[in-house]
Design a protein around this ligand. Structure first.
Ligand code: 5GP
Ligand code: MG
Length: 178
């Protein structure tokens, strides 16, 4: 359980267990169900990091839903580079849809702010955000993070879909710099 993992030049230790991750995802899915009632969500998954969380979230949600992807990148190594590139975007029509942006982690909010603007242009009926992790102290944007799993500090984390320069996404637990 407490083993270290090495990715490139850095060592990481376990931060959040598989069991806590599963409980957190289930709680988020329940909250989304309660809020949406009969409305069917359109989950817009922000690649690449959110793909693992999204796979768990839609199965925990366990009701009809739609799914598409957008690829955004704002990170270089272990720090945010500020600008957000949309490398590719969804193909489906989002007009009138109850869109839920699915993120692995929200930090500055640059990524979701960029997406909000794009989704408004695309005619989404509502736009919510479901992020597994939230670096609350780093966030200074106006719109609320509707659903977040765990609030963390400034630490750099990997695992459960999150990478360090391309590695570590397959780790089942969440890790932090040792
Ligand atoms: P934001 O645009 O909110 O500043 O950052 C969001 C993106 O930055 C996330 O989707 C994620 O790709 C990346 N990111 C932010 N914090 C971390 C972290 O601690 N670890 C990793 N691996 N990526 C992070
Ligand atoms: Mg992300």
């Amino acid at each position: 359980m407490d083993q270290l993992v090495t990715l490139h030049d850095k060592h990481f230790k376990v931060f959040i267990s598989e069991q806590e991750i599963a409980e957190t995802v289930n709680r988020m899915a329940t909250n989304i169900k309660t809020d949406l009632g009969e409305r069917q969500p359109f989950f817009l998954v922000v690649l690449s990091g959110a793909v693992v969380f999204a796979a768990d979230l839609i199965r925990a949600f366990a009701r009809p839903c739609e799914l598409d992807f957008v690829k955004a990148s704002s990170y270089d190594g272990t720090s945010s580079k500020g600008s957000v590139d949309l490398e590719f975007r969804w193909k489906q029509n989002l007009e009138g849809k109850a869109v839920i942006i699915v993120e692995d982690i929200v930090e500055t909010g640059n990524t979701i702010t960029r997406l909000y603007a794009e989704l408004q242009k695309a005619g989404a009926a509502s736009i919510r955000v479901a992020s597994f992790l939230f670096k609350k102290d780093r966030y200074h944007q106006a719109h609320p993070i509707d659903y977040y799993g765990l609030s963390i500090g400034n630490e750099f984390v990997v695992g459960y879909g999150l990478d360090y320069n391309g590695l570590g996404r397959e780790l089942k637990q969440l890790y932090v710099l040792a």
